[in-house]
Design a protein around this ligand. Sequence first.
Ligand code: NAD
Length: 456
Amino acid sequence: MRPPKSRLRVRSDEFRVAIVGLGYVGLSTAACLASKFHVTGVDLDQKKVKLIREGVVPFREEKLSPLLKKNVSNGMLSCTNSFDAISDADFIFIAVGTPSAKSGEIDLTQVRSAAQSIGEAFATSPKRPVVIIKSTVIPGTSKTIVPILEKYSGKACGEGFGVCSNPEFLREGQAVQDTLKPSRIVIGPVDEFSRQQILSFYRRFYGKQMPPVVDTSPETAEMIKYASNAFLATKISFINLVARLCEKIPGSDVNDVAKGMGLDPRIGPLFLQAGPGFGGSCFPKDVQALVRYAKTEGIDTSLLESTLAINETQPENVATQAEKMLGGLEGKSIAVLGLAFNPNTDDVRESRAIPLIRKLVDGGATVGAYDPMAMEGAKKELGSIITYSSDAKECVKGSDLVIIMTAWDEFRKLDSEDLTRLMGGKPRVLDARRIYSPEKFANADFSATGLGTPRV
Ligand code: NAD
């Protein structure tokens, strides 16, 4: 006699999950999913795999370390260089990098290579896996990996396996919280089997906390990711443009303009903070990739090009302001506090501090820098053109000017008495992130000008 139907079904927490690419996105996803499912992570980088096997996160990401340690030690998360280990997976997430090619367009080499290895891996598997594209890819890409998977697995999409676009929206520095409580899940299944599978997977994972789902076509899902990043980047460049205007208007302050705008529910307060511009591994490359893609479709990209152009010149604005405050850069000693593109990460990719420092050094200044997490990454970028300090106070000591480039909480604790003592005389502070209230620095030559407010 056949057992009742329900007993034939595999319990979904017995799903086997594979994550290909263990960078910020892949490892954060793997560690979180491993609280419920068996997860196998694959990465080509042997050093990274070795560290992860020891429970060590190869980059800095708050809250990831204890989760990784727990799920590696209890056997829920394993990690390897070999794709053989994922042949029995039910869900295979692609989370490899999608960098910019020299021309600015997206480079899909890692995605295609991962798809080939995945196809080979499940060729002889009795499973019917769903391949999920988490990497940020230009609209149409998910469908273009179907022939690669078919070729190397010898199976047909929709029958032998499924494909689904499922872009990722996590923020570095908050990757665990964002994975456990995402604002939304966007899915773009290529086939009906994938739709059912991915929905049951996420329902199982999130249970009663299931976030809102946008279930759409793969192309729309891919576009949602680009449109979101391009919009947020444009919001930042927009307020930086307003900041430039405010500098010319005596009595105006961009922070109050942003506050007044942000209270309008149609606008909202987030990403309306004037500063040295956006950086990181996503906004600059994603906006560039969208521009390149739009151009191939004959679409006018001037809005997005302005977003990029304003961003590109923001570090120059900060350098010009520093020059004004010091009466020239030559021979001056400048302390730069903050090297990471955002607080709570060690990521210096496209950090605005890097071009700023190069400009200051080119102008003849001697630069010392400090960041709570990003010293190693910055050393790789800047080498010996600057000196590196072991804490903020040491960095500031004896300098002519302090520039705040990352909004770390640690820097908020510095006050004008500290600075007067460490810098001697009347301290000069250029607050490129607007983390201080100007009143706090009444005794200093304090400025956030160049960033939308008159000098105190
Ligand atoms: P990353 O560069 O930190 O990591 C990518 C990893 O993939 C690396 O460890 C690399 O060794 C590995 N890899 C490359 N080719 C491989 C292959 N063929 N097989 C196995 N492993 C391979 O990238 P990331 O920052 O985690 O971003 C991954 C994707 O997610 C990108 O498309 C990015 O745009 C997108 N994304 C990133 C963020 C973010 O905040 N970093 C947020 C949302 C989306």
